[in-house]
Ligand binder design. Structure first.
Ligand SMILES: Nc1ncnc2c1ncn2[C@@H]1O[C@H](COP(=O)(O)OP(=O)(O)OP(=O)(O)O)[C@@H](O)[C@H]1O
Ligand SMILES: [Mg+2]
Length: 151
Protein backbone atom coordinates (compact mmCIF):
# COMPACT_ATOMS: atom_id res chain seq x y z
CA UNK A 1 0.00 0.00 0.00
CA UNK A 2 1.46 3.41 -0.87
CA UNK A 3 2.79 5.33 2.07
CA UNK A 4 0.51 8.32 1.59
CA UNK A 5 -2.62 6.15 1.71
CA UNK A 6 -2.91 6.79 5.42
CA UNK A 7 -2.66 10.56 4.82
CA UNK A 8 -5.41 11.31 2.32
CA UNK A 9 -4.51 14.24 0.10
CA UNK A 10 -6.60 17.33 0.53
CA UNK A 11 -9.09 18.01 -2.24
CA UNK A 12 -7.82 20.27 -5.01
CA UNK A 13 -10.46 22.84 -4.17
CA UNK A 14 -9.20 23.14 -0.61
CA UNK A 15 -8.69 26.64 0.64
CA UNK A 16 -6.51 27.28 3.64
CA UNK A 17 -3.21 26.09 5.02
CA UNK A 18 -1.92 22.61 4.36
CA UNK A 19 1.27 21.24 5.83
CA UNK A 20 2.77 18.84 3.32
CA UNK A 21 5.92 16.76 3.19
CA UNK A 22 7.93 16.85 -0.03
CA UNK A 23 6.32 13.60 -1.19
CA UNK A 24 2.81 14.85 -0.39
CA UNK A 25 3.46 18.19 -2.06
CA UNK A 26 4.70 16.49 -5.23
CA UNK A 27 1.64 14.20 -5.31
CA UNK A 28 -0.63 17.21 -4.78
CA UNK A 29 1.12 19.14 -7.56
CA UNK A 30 0.74 16.22 -9.98
CA UNK A 31 -2.99 16.08 -9.23
CA UNK A 32 -3.27 19.83 -9.67
CA UNK A 33 -1.52 19.52 -13.05
CA UNK A 34 -3.79 16.70 -14.17
CA UNK A 35 -6.85 18.80 -13.30
CA UNK A 36 -5.58 22.05 -14.86
CA UNK A 37 -7.35 23.32 -17.98
CA UNK A 38 -5.87 26.07 -20.15
CA UNK A 39 -5.90 29.02 -20.20
CA UNK A 40 -4.68 29.12 -16.61
CA UNK A 41 -2.21 31.35 -14.78
CA UNK A 42 -0.86 30.07 -11.44
CA UNK A 43 1.43 32.12 -9.20
CA UNK A 44 3.82 30.55 -6.68
CA UNK A 45 5.01 32.89 -3.95
CA UNK A 46 7.42 32.04 -1.14
CA UNK A 47 10.95 32.68 0.08
CA UNK A 48 14.13 31.32 -1.53
CA UNK A 49 14.01 27.54 -1.31
CA UNK A 50 10.37 27.41 -0.27
CA UNK A 51 9.68 24.74 -2.89
CA UNK A 52 8.23 26.74 -5.78
CA UNK A 53 10.23 25.06 -8.55
CA UNK A 54 9.64 21.64 -7.01
CA UNK A 55 5.89 22.27 -7.11
CA UNK A 56 6.09 23.62 -10.68
CA UNK A 57 7.91 20.44 -11.75
CA UNK A 58 5.15 18.30 -10.22
CA UNK A 59 2.38 20.38 -11.82
CA UNK A 60 4.13 20.11 -15.21
CA UNK A 61 4.45 16.35 -14.87
CA UNK A 62 0.76 16.05 -14.07
CA UNK A 63 -0.07 18.30 -17.00
CA UNK A 64 1.82 16.03 -19.38
CA UNK A 65 5.17 17.74 -19.88
CA UNK A 66 7.66 14.95 -20.56
CA UNK A 67 10.87 16.99 -20.83
CA UNK A 68 12.83 17.84 -17.68
CA UNK A 69 11.64 21.14 -16.18
CA UNK A 70 14.51 23.30 -14.97
CA UNK A 71 14.57 26.62 -13.19
CA UNK A 72 14.44 29.58 -15.63
CA UNK A 73 16.51 31.69 -13.25
CA UNK A 74 18.52 33.53 -15.91
CA UNK A 75 16.29 33.12 -18.96
CA UNK A 76 13.27 34.27 -16.87
CA UNK A 77 11.01 32.01 -18.93
CA UNK A 78 11.08 28.46 -20.26
CA UNK A 79 8.48 27.03 -22.62
CA UNK A 80 7.45 23.39 -22.72
CA UNK A 81 5.15 21.46 -24.99
CA UNK A 82 2.24 19.38 -23.74
CA UNK A 83 -0.71 17.81 -25.52
CA UNK A 84 -3.23 20.16 -23.88
CA UNK A 85 -1.31 23.41 -24.51
CA UNK A 86 2.13 24.97 -24.18
CA UNK A 87 3.41 25.54 -20.65
CA UNK A 88 5.31 28.70 -19.67
CA UNK A 89 7.37 28.62 -16.49
CA UNK A 90 8.57 32.02 -15.36
CA UNK A 91 10.96 32.91 -12.53
CA UNK A 92 10.87 36.68 -12.02
CA UNK A 93 13.39 36.80 -9.15
CA UNK A 94 15.97 38.56 -11.29
CA UNK A 95 13.52 40.80 -13.09
CA UNK A 96 14.90 44.32 -13.17
CA UNK A 97 11.77 46.16 -14.26
CA UNK A 98 8.66 46.16 -16.42
CA UNK A 99 10.69 46.70 -19.61
CA UNK A 100 12.18 43.27 -19.16
CA UNK A 101 8.69 41.77 -18.96
CA UNK A 102 7.94 43.35 -22.32
CA UNK A 103 11.15 41.85 -23.73
CA UNK A 104 10.21 38.31 -22.75
CA UNK A 105 6.76 38.67 -24.31
CA UNK A 106 4.79 38.89 -21.06
CA UNK A 107 1.55 40.15 -22.66
CA UNK A 108 1.52 37.32 -25.19
CA UNK A 109 2.38 34.72 -22.57
CA UNK A 110 -0.31 35.65 -20.06
CA UNK A 111 -2.99 35.89 -22.74
CA UNK A 112 -2.00 32.67 -24.54
CA UNK A 113 -4.07 29.49 -24.48
CA UNK A 114 -1.51 28.00 -22.13
CA UNK A 115 -0.68 26.94 -18.61
CA UNK A 116 1.44 29.74 -17.12
CA UNK A 117 3.36 29.15 -13.87
CA UNK A 118 4.94 32.22 -12.28
CA UNK A 119 7.55 32.15 -9.48
CA UNK A 120 8.18 35.46 -7.66
CA UNK A 121 4.90 37.01 -8.87
CA UNK A 122 5.48 39.97 -6.50
CA UNK A 123 7.89 41.29 -9.15
CA UNK A 124 4.97 41.71 -11.56
CA UNK A 125 2.42 43.19 -9.19
CA UNK A 126 -0.21 45.08 -11.12
CA UNK A 127 0.57 43.23 -14.35
CA UNK A 128 -0.89 39.85 -13.48
CA UNK A 129 -4.17 38.76 -15.01
CA UNK A 130 -6.66 36.73 -12.99
CA UNK A 131 -4.78 33.78 -11.52
CA UNK A 132 -4.69 31.00 -8.94
CA UNK A 133 -2.37 32.19 -6.15
CA UNK A 134 -0.32 29.60 -4.25
CA UNK A 135 1.84 30.61 -1.30
CA UNK A 136 4.58 28.34 0.02
CA UNK A 137 6.29 28.62 3.37
CA UNK A 138 9.27 26.66 4.65
CA UNK A 139 8.56 25.57 8.19
CA UNK A 140 11.73 26.16 10.23
CA UNK A 141 13.34 23.03 11.61
CA UNK A 142 10.89 20.94 9.66
CA UNK A 143 11.19 19.06 6.39
CA UNK A 144 7.69 20.02 5.39
CA UNK A 145 6.22 23.04 3.68
CA UNK A 146 3.10 24.98 4.30
CA UNK A 147 1.06 25.30 1.16
CA UNK A 148 -1.54 28.03 1.12
CA UNK A 149 -4.02 28.14 -1.71
CA UNK A 150 -5.01 31.75 -1.40
CA UNK A 151 -7.76 33.23 -3.40
N1 LIG B 1 7.38 20.17 0.78
C1 LIG B 1 8.72 20.05 0.90
N2 LIG B 1 9.24 19.43 1.96
C2 LIG B 1 10.57 19.33 2.10
N3 LIG B 1 11.50 19.79 1.21
C3 LIG B 1 11.05 20.39 0.13
C4 LIG B 1 9.64 20.57 -0.07
N4 LIG B 1 9.51 21.24 -1.22
C5 LIG B 1 10.75 21.46 -1.69
N5 LIG B 1 11.68 20.95 -0.90
C6 LIG B 1 13.15 21.03 -1.11
O1 LIG B 1 13.57 22.37 -0.94
C7 LIG B 1 14.63 22.66 -1.86
C8 LIG B 1 14.35 23.95 -2.58
O2 LIG B 1 13.23 23.79 -3.42
P1 LIG B 1 12.97 24.66 -4.73
O3 LIG B 1 14.17 24.82 -5.56
O4 LIG B 1 11.75 24.06 -5.34
O5 LIG B 1 12.63 26.09 -4.08
P2 LIG B 1 12.24 27.46 -4.80
O6 LIG B 1 11.15 28.05 -3.98
O7 LIG B 1 11.96 27.26 -6.23
O8 LIG B 1 13.55 28.33 -4.64
P3 LIG B 1 14.00 29.67 -5.44
O9 LIG B 1 13.38 30.83 -4.71
O10 LIG B 1 15.49 29.65 -5.30
O11 LIG B 1 13.52 29.56 -6.86
C9 LIG B 1 14.76 21.45 -2.76
O12 LIG B 1 15.87 20.71 -2.35
C10 LIG B 1 13.49 20.66 -2.53
O13 LIG B 1 13.66 19.28 -2.68
MG1 LIG C 1 12.67 28.24 -7.96
Amino acid sequence: MPDHASHPLPPLAARGRLSLTLEEMVAWGERFGRAATPPLVVTLAGDLGAGKTTLVQAICRGYGVTEPVTSPTFALVHRYAARRSPVYHLDLYRLRGPAELTNIGWDEIVSAHALVLVEWPERATGMLPQHVPIDLEHLPGDESRRVLLAG
